[in-house]
Ligand binder design. Structure first.
Ligand SMILES: C[S@@+](CC[C@H](N)C(=O)[O-])C[C@H]1O[C@@H](n2cnc3c(N)ncnc32)[C@H](O)[C@@H]1O
Length: 267
């Protein structure tokens, strides 16, 4: 995080050049899963939706297309660099930790890979649940970063060790910014405790070969966190070797486990 940045609790600099490939890699992996989870009967024509921490905006745009001209989508984020309003899609700068919600009586509130990073995640989740219309859905999706990242194939023995060393250090940095690496496992209970019904959870993980968009996410994150990785004792040579590995077709690793949980306000 740049030294003059506000205290966001979020470790990645969303204005940096590497933010764009990071968002594309996330969207290409996750959007097919998310769009399935929020599809009809959750998303219907005329629905009112809030996309929290919208990032590159792909899900907000998909929602806007689904709800049609009678519906409305508000996409909020701390950083609007990658978001544009259009038609029934409204875009607002908003800190979900500190500011009141941008409306109420939403039919769908969705937050993907946002609460994980925020120390106030449980309070924020209760706020999101509190702005649902009767019958409205809250969908919270996170990476479970507690499972060891299984290396499936590696060009040599040192490669798996290096991969574990760098990814462990990146997770340590996220934790030092307030991330809870196990939060994905708690979301189901948190939605239930917030009074939501029909709570269900699905998880997804897949192999990411070297050179794939998924594998590039690890490399991009290592560039975004490079100053802190160097402070943590890794060398530039190790980071370069890590990025080479992620382009090597002889290398393959399992993705993080993506955990999608949704629940519904009764009524
Ligand atoms: C990992 S990105 C995920 C983006 C998007 N939800 C997705 O899954 O493609 C996390 C996003 O949360 C935003 N964010 C972080 N802290 C926030 C806060 N306190 N309020 C609103 N947005 C926040 C970041 O700016 C970033 O766009």
């Amino acid at each position: 995080m740049p030294t003059d940045a506000p205290d966001t609790g979020y470790a990645f600099d969303t204005g940096a050049a590497d933010a764009v490939p990071q968002m594309h890699a996330l969207e290409s992996f996750l959007d097919p899963i998310t769009t399935g989870r929020i599809a009809a009967p959750i998303l219907t024509a005329g629905a009112r939706c809030w996309e929290v921490g919208a990032g590159g905006g792909s899900i907000a745009r998909a929602m806007a297309a689904s709800v049609g001209p009678a519906g409305r989508v508000v996409a909020t984020d701390l950083d609007l660099t990658h978001l544009r309003p259009a038609g029934n899609l409204d875009v607002r700068r908003h800190d979900v930790r500190r500011e009141p919600p941008p409306g109420d009586a939403f039919d769908l509130v969705h937050a993907r890979l946002v609460l994980l990073h925020l120390p106030e995640r449980r309070r924020v989740l209760r706020t999101l649940a509190g702005v649902l219309a009767p019958g409205g859905w809250l969908v919270v999706e996170e990476f479970d970063c507690t499972a060891p990242l299984r290396v499936l194939t590696a060009p040599n023995d040192d490669a798996a060790k290096l991969f574990a060393q760098v990814t462990d250090a990146m997770l340590g940095i996220l934790q030092s910014h307030g991330a809870d690496l196990a939060w994905a496992q708690d979301v189901h209970a948190a939605l239930t405790a917030a009074g939501l019904t029909e709570v269900d959870t699905v998880t997804h993980a897949q192999s990411w070969p070297g050179g794939s968009l998924g594998a590039s996410l690890y490399a991009t994150n290592s560039r975004q966190l490079e100053p802190e990785l160097l402070d943590a004792g890794l060398s530039s040579g190790q980071l370069e070797a890590f990025r080479r590995l992620l382009r090597d077709p002889g290398f393959a690793v399992m993705s993080y486990q993506f955990v999608s949980t949704r629940g519904r306000r009764a009524g």
